[in-house]
Structure formats: C-alpha cells, structure tokens
Ligand binder design. Structure first.
Ligand SMILES: Cc1cc2nc3c(=O)[nH]c(=O)nc-3n(C[C@H](O)[C@H](O)[C@H](O)COP(=O)(O)O)c2cc1C
Length: 362
C-alpha cells in the first residue's frame, strides 16, 4: 500500500490520503462581490471526485481593501455564507473535504481590484503596480478582527478547516518581513514585533472558531530578496507556531522566492522547497505540508517515507488533471502531465484558470 493513500490528520481533521490541493486562485467568482460562480463549485466537485484528500480553496479576501485581483472569491461578509455553503455541500456529497485559504493582499493588490493599497509601511518598489500607504494602528486592529470574522464565516459555511495565508508577499508576510515592515511601534522592529500581526490574526481566528476547529497556515519561510526574511528567521517563526494554536503548516517562499517555478520536467527539479521543509522539520512536530513542483508518485512517496513531510500539496498538476490522485492510485499514471510552464492564468474575465500548455511529450 502506497503511503500516499494512507490517512492522516491536521488537528482534528481526518484526511483520507496525503494529497492536498494547494490553494489556487480560481478566478471563478463574481468580480462585483466575490460570490462563487457555478463554475467554481463544479471545479471543487471535480477535485473531490478526482481523489484529492483535502481541497484548499484559492485565497479569499477577508476585507474589500485586500482583494488581490479581479474575480477573487470573497469571505468578507455574512451575505456570502449561503452561496459558499452550497459549494461545501456539493463537495461533501461528492465525498471530498475542503478548507478555505483566507488572505489580504496588502501592497500586492491589483489596482483593478482596490482603490489604493495598504502595507505595514509605505512602500514604493519596482515589483509593485502602485506605491502602498502605511497602515494606521486602527486599520491594523480592524483587519485582525476581519481575519477572525472571515474564519467564523468559513466555519459557519461548513468548510472543514481554514488556512491563513502568510506567504507570497501578501499582508501577513509583509508584516513578518523586515523588507516591508519598517514600523517602529509594537507592530514592527524585532521578530516579536514583526510577528505580532500574524500572532494576533491567529489568535483572532482561534477565538472565533474555537479550540477544536482545524486552523493551519501557508508560510513563506524565506523572502528570497536582500533585506527580507531569511530561512533562519523563518525557522524561528515556525518554532512559535504550536504555541500559537496552529494545527499544521505548508511551507512556501515569500516575496521574491519564486514560489511558482517553471520547467519542472524531471525528478531532480521536483520538491524545490525541500531544504526549507527539512529545516522546518527540525523546529516543529506539527504536520508539515510540502508544496512546490511535486510531479511524480515516486518523489511524493520518497518525501513521505523520509519523514520530511506528512502531506504533499499540488497546484498546477490539478489544474492540468483534477483526476490525477485517482490515476496515481489506480496505477494508471505515475507522473503529472503538467509541464510547469504556468500558462494557467487568464486575462479574460469569466474564463477562470485552466491548463493552456501543450501536453507533456513522453
Ligand atoms: C494559477 C495559480 C494560482 C495560485 N493561487 C494561489 C493562492 O490563491 N494561494 C496560494 O497560497 N498560492 C497560490 N498559488 C501557488 C500554488 O499554491 C503553489 O504554491 C505553487 O504553484 C507551487 O506548486 P505547484 O508546483 O504544484 O504548482 C497559485 C499558483 C497558480 C499557478
């Protein structure tokens, strides 16, 4: 029996196998109010039927000021709960499990999605579409609460868990990073100060969902730019996580760490965050999720059996083929057909993400 298809837990959440769908912005919500379109429900049902153990939704915005891009799904208002509940019910009927990734884009919000951007400190940088304004302490406290309220809605809609997005240069990552957080008040400074927003967000989430509900994080362990969060500091943050009340963590890279790498076409290119995951393993006993270029059953099994990670998360392979977990289980496919050229996004409103790469030549 392949270890990939054995059950395991994140907190109280029992997951039937080790394959997670890593959060993937689907671009399948109304651009007006972030409500899921039918298309989004169908995609989640297809993933459930395809054998994914736990689907993590694309990031959902906890407040209108944090909408990252057009057609992002929202979790900022109670009015969104009934339509989300309809999606959750459909996934459960299909035998699947589903958690929501909650997020605020901060400085990285697309100008088409927000009226000006906010960040821990004022930032004007080449990689941003527009300069970001420094947040007031009132705004910080308001958003800490917004994350908690978002998590409450996740639970009320019937989802199986919640993931806090603390990676990829979005707001939580921006607070933790010394590159983007230059504050001199209690929300900045040393690692305790820079992690305060993350710790407060987690506390607020926990307060709303209670001690038993699964809460985990996607963490950008290093930023990959000079003056940003280093892997060593990232490891220190990880050693705080169990005490913070988190049930598990997925390891990714931060601001410029190139978290979506191209050209993963042989096993030596796979598992590109493995050194970070190994460092994380030294710091925590919490369940660890490895994401980033996982493509072949052999590599996934080897990662699990080495003990480096407890779960494997896939993004692009499941855009390419939502049925990939079942195909691996049945022994019909050993390697994803994804060629990792990242042609998944679309600029065409209403289309949603899809695989537009040519098929893998074997
Ligand atoms: C189309 C697309 C959308 C993504 N959306 C998100 C997201 O909403 N939240 C997130 O944490 N990561 C997001 N990512 C990053 C993936 O979750 C994952 O970390 C990365 O693609 C590496 O995994 P892979 O090699 O299996 O694709 C996205 C990636 C792609 C290609």
């Amino acid at each position: 029996m392949s270890l990939l298809f054995t059950p395991a837990k994140i907190g109280n959440l029992e997951i039937p196998n080790r394959i997670l769908r890593s959060a993937t912005a689907e671009l399948m919500a109304s651009n007006l109010d972030g409500k899921p379109r039918e298309q989004l429900k169908s995609l989640w049902v297809a993933l459930a039927k395809g054998g994914t153990g736990l689907i993590i939704t694309g990031h959902m915005y906890v407040h209108p000021s944090g909408k990252c891009h057009p057609e992002m799904a929202g979790i900022y208002s109670d009015e969104l709960i009934p339509s989300l509940k309809g999606c959750v019910d459909a996934v459960h009927e299909a035998g699947g499990k589903i958690a929501v990734q909650i997020n605020h884009g901060g400085m990285q919000c697309d100008p088409r999605a927000v009226n000006g951007t906010i960040a821990p400190s004022a930032i004007e940088d080449d990689f941003l579409d527009q300069p970001a304004r420094e947040m007031s302490t009132d705004e910080i406290e308001m958003l800490v609460d917004a994350y908690g309220q978002a998590a409450r809605r996740v639970k009320e809609a019937g989802f199986d868990g919640v993931q806090i997005h603390a990676a990829h240069g979005y707001l939580v990552n921006q607070f933790i990073s010394p590159y983007t957080n230059k504050r001199t008040d209690k929300w900045g400074g040393d690692l305790q100060g820079r992690t305060r927003f993350f710790r407060e967000v987690t506390r607020s989430v926990r307060e709303q969902v209670g001690a038993e509900y699964p809460v985990f994080v996607k963490f950008g362990m290093e930023d990959g730019l000079e003056g940003g969060l280093t892997a060593e500091e990232g490891a220190e943050v990880i050693s705080m996580m169990a005490e913070m009340g988190l049930d598990g963590l997925e390891i990714s890279g931060g601001i410029e760490a190139n978290n979506v790498r191209k050209g993963i076409r042989n096993p030596s290119r796979e598992a590109y965050f493995r050194p970070l995951v190994q460092l994380a393993r030294e710091k925590t006993d919490l369940p660890l999720i490895m994401v980033g270029g996982m493509r072949s059953k052999g590599v996934m099994e080897e990662v699990l059996s080495s003990g480096d990670a407890d779960f494997i998360a896939l993004c692009r392979p499941l855009i390419n083929e939502p049925n990939f977990p079942n195909l691996m289980k049945a022994g019909e496919q050993e390697t994803s057909g994804c060629i990792s050229s990242s042609n998944c996004w679309t600029e065409v409103m209403g289309e949603g993400i899809s695989c537009k790469c040519p098929p893998l030549k074997v």
